[in-house]
Design a protein around this ligand. Structure first.
Ligand code: FAD
Ligand code: NAD
Length: 459
């Protein structure tokens, strides 16, 4: 190992946020090294949001075409996976090649090292590359953005089988005839519906009592019945107890039944990449599942260390990684905030119907001891829902803190649920009084007009 290089900032892990931090700080004139052992940009562009949303866009187009007979004519829909597989390769991932992203980073003025980065004591980082170890001394700080890997539960026999994770699912050239999806979270539900719409026979197995566990129960119910109406079998409240593969999968469930399928997709959550980043060398806890950060994204109790993205446990979303990146950039460049605030974190799950949500669920608000009021309206009972006819099911649920007279949480399930939620994000973020919200204009006949009904229902 040669003499350590001295730099201002090292970013270990270049997910969406880490890439943004490295490029922005380099553009601001700091000397920056960005380190990634896989692809610059992380999970989202290559294995996550982007390829999955391309699959979903195509699947939704097929579903809309199949709805034509109920509304105005006839269609014959022949699904073809080839354009989707091609688009993922050509437009999204460059066939899982990050040359463009590396050039973008280097053009911003950062140095890129492909390898595994590890803290090696205060102000020191060692990067293990194919050409040996590179030692770096850091003047200003290290930013961790090491993200997650798919979690694979310790199920009898599973490890010895050719199961897929999201990283395999987005690379498929050809679809299986049948698929079991282990896990009914966001990944499981989104991909289950996309594959089903391309003709795959899909079963979702979810150990918790309902799919989309972090969402409101009303959202889980609407999505579960939409999936079932399309022919997806949803087995909630039962875990997978064994997996065997002998040409095809035999998946044993805890209730004694066995499912047969050509393919198995494991979508059972994520494992944070924190075990091998050398947290122990700076006084951190190497066995921590998530890393504690303050409002400036500084790691609690460790000088000169910032963390952003999924590893902070504040919400495993690209927009969270980018939000926290901007906070860390402000702190590292000596700006005066604004600092991180998580009251109005929003998310969209791109099932059809879509689930948009923000802030607290009713249960979270009650557990927090708030004086809770809840209002609900059903999209299918709104004018727009009635007009929409097929695919009209949905629900708006708002959760209010009656003592403060503001909303603290909301869910919008239905066509464009992820867009409808936008105004409720503003309401919660800006703490708009309920009386002000109730006095607004809501255009007729929009889906978001159902929010007015939900506000009127709060009790
Ligand atoms: C199928 C799927 C669909 C998704 N859809 C959405 C969506 O629609 N909307 C949304 O907001 N979010 C979505 N997500 C979540 C989103 O992908 C992540 O929240 C996002 O990528 C942010 O992650 P991150 O910044 O923490 O890092 P990641 O994207 O996980 O990147 C971390 C990077 O660090 C690197 N790394 C790890 N350890 C080291 C080390 N020691 N040294 C060097 N490099 C290292 C990894 O190689 C990786 O490139 C989806 C995820 C999946 C899997
Ligand atoms: N649209 C989006 O924003 C989007 C889309 C996909 C993923 N994501 C992010 O990625 C994260 C990971 O997604 P995910 O769906 O993998 O995780 P998740 O934790 O949300 O869901 C995993 C599900 O698997 C179930 N499970 C675990 N072990 C099981 C077993 N042995 N048998 C049956 N079920 C089992 C869990 O009960 C859980 O419901 C999400 O938390 C989300 O933040 C976001």
């Amino acid at each position: 190992m040669s003499q350590p290089d001295e730099v201002d900032v090292v970013v270990i892990g270049l997910g969406p946020g880490g890439e943004h931090v490295a490029a922005s700080l380099a553009r601001a004139g700091l000397s920056v090294v960005g380190v990634d052992r896989r692809l610059v940009g992380g999970e989202c562009p290559y294995f996550g949001c982007v390829p999955s949303k391309m699959m979903i866009r195509a699947a939704d187009a097929l579903a809309e075409a199949r709805r034509v007979p109920a509304l105005g004519g006839s269609t014959e829909v022949t699904a073809d996976w080839t354009p989707v597989a091609d688009r993922i390769r050509d437009e999204a991932t460059d066939d899982w090649d990050d040359t463009v992203a590396v050039k973008r980073l280097e053009d911003a003025g950062a140095r890129f090292l492909r390898g595994t980065g590890r803290l090696a004591g205060p102000g020191r980082v060692v990067v293990t590359t194919d050409d040996g170890d590179v030692e770096l001394t850091v003047r200003r700080g290290v930013v961790l953005n090491t993200g997650t890997e798919p979690a694979v539960p310790p199920i009898d026999g599973l490890a010895d089988t050719p199961y897929w994770t999201n990283r395999d699912a987005v690379r498929l050239r050809e679809l299986p005839t049948s698929l079991v999806v282990l896990g009914g979270g966001a990944i499981g539900c989104e991909l289950a519906q996309a594959f089903s719409r391309f003709g795959v026979e899909v079963t979702v197995v979810e150990a918790f009592e309902r799919i989309l566990g972090p969402e409101e129960p009303e959202a889980s119910a609407v999505v579960a019945s939409a999936l079932e109406a399309e022919g997806i079998s949803v087995r909630a409240g039962v875990g997978v107890s064994s997996v065997r593969h002998d040409g095809a999968f035999a998946i044993g469930l805890a209730d004694g039944t066995t499912l047969a399928a050509q393919a198995l997709l494991v979508a059972a959550g994520r494992r944070t990449n924190l075990g091998d980043v050398g947290l122990d060398t700076v006084g951190g806890d190497p066995s921590a599942r998530v890393i504690d950060v303050d409002e400036r994204m500084r790691v609690a109790g460790v000088d000169g260390l910032w963390a952003i993205g999924d590893i902070t446990g504040k919400g495993a979303f690209t927009h969270m990684s980018m939000y926290q990146a901007n906070v860390a950039i402000r702190d590292l460049t000596g700006e005066d905030g604004p600092w991180a605030d998580y009251r109005a974190v929003s998310r969209a799950t791109f099932t059809d119907p879509e689930v948009g949500s923000v802030g607290m669920t009713e249960k979270q608000a009650r557990d927090a001891g708030l004086n809770v009021g809840v209002g609900i309206s059903k999209l299918q009972e709104s004018s727009r829902g009635w007009l929409h006819k097929v695919g009209k099911e949905g629900v708006i649920k708002v959760v209010a803190d009656l003592d403060r007279d503001v909303l603290v949480g909301a869910t919008a399930v239905g066509p464009s649920g992820g867009e409808i939620i936008g105004m409720l994000v503003t309401a919660i973020h800006a703490e708009v009084p309920l009386a002000t919200l109730r006095g607004m204009h809501f255009a007729y006949p929009t889906f978001h007009r159902a929010i007015e009904t939900a506000l009127g229902d709060i009790s």
